[in-house]
Design a protein around this ligand. Structure first.
Ligand SMILES: [Mg+2]
Length: 219
């Protein structure tokens, strides 16, 4: 499957992480802390590189008894980082293709964006299915190139680059490390900023999306 729709794509693509980048904190960890009996046990093992995102999500959601509606009522309270919607409009005005690329779940990303009036955004992420016998998952963007992640961000970036696009990537955390050395430019906060620095890879540090717009560089 290719994320690229050739006829409609701009040759400049902005790919943005969701958890901790467009939101102030990691949404899926907030769901785990609020609803999972095991809390962050598997999320912490994932952070240490001991298990994959697939194992983390499946093991943690196996201990959740809340319904979709109960979780969505919690999601409805969550904010976006200041300037997030301004930045999406900024990309559209400049003719960039904008997409969210996440190692999390399309369900909560779409739900939170809708709560903030943001619709019609391309989201590349994993899927959750709410079945009577529990939660089921699928990982349409998995690639063995990055075996510990449910969505292989470098594979997606290369799909665009192979069709002649340049890709700017925005992120904050461990699930973004593999884009380093692949994306044409990087905007980073927190762990991703530290990681880029440790690798000697240039990245533009930012605080919120108003700051990011002010620091934006043509790519
Ligand atoms: Mg993140």
């Amino acid at each position: 499957m290719s994320p690229v729709e050739r006829s409609t794509e701009s040759n400049k693509v902005v790919l943005c992480d969701f958890d901790g980048t467009l939101t102030p904190f990691i949404v899926i960890d907030h769901l785990y802390k609020t609803f999972a009996q095991c809390g962050l046990e598997f999320a912490e093992r994932w952070e240490r590189g001991e298990i994959s995102t697939m194992e983390e999500m499946e093991s943690t959601f196996a201990t959740v008894t809340a319904s979709r509606e109960e979780m969505e009522s919690e999601l409805a309270k969550l904010e976006l980082v200041p300037g997030a919607s301004n930045f999406i409009s900024f990309c559209q005005e400049r003719g960039y293709s904008f997409a969210i690329v996440s190692d999390g779940l399309q369900w909560y990303i779409e739900y939170i964006l809708q709560q903030h009036g943001i619709t019609d955004i391309k989201i590349i992420a994993s899927q959750i299915y709410f079945k009577t016998n529990g939660f089921h998952f699928s990982y349409p963007w998995y690639n063995p190139e990055v075996p510990l992640r449910s969505t292989s961000k470098p594979t997606i970036i290369r799909h665009y680059q192979e069709r002649g696009s340049r890709v700017a990537f925005i992120g904050d955390g461990t699930s973004d490390f593999e884009v380093v050395g692949v994306a044409d430019s990087i905007y980073a906060r927190r762990k991703l900023a530290e990681y880029c620095q440790s690798k000697g890879v240039p990245a533009i540090a930012f605080t919120d999306f108003f700051d990011l717009i002010a620091k934006w560089q043509e790519f």
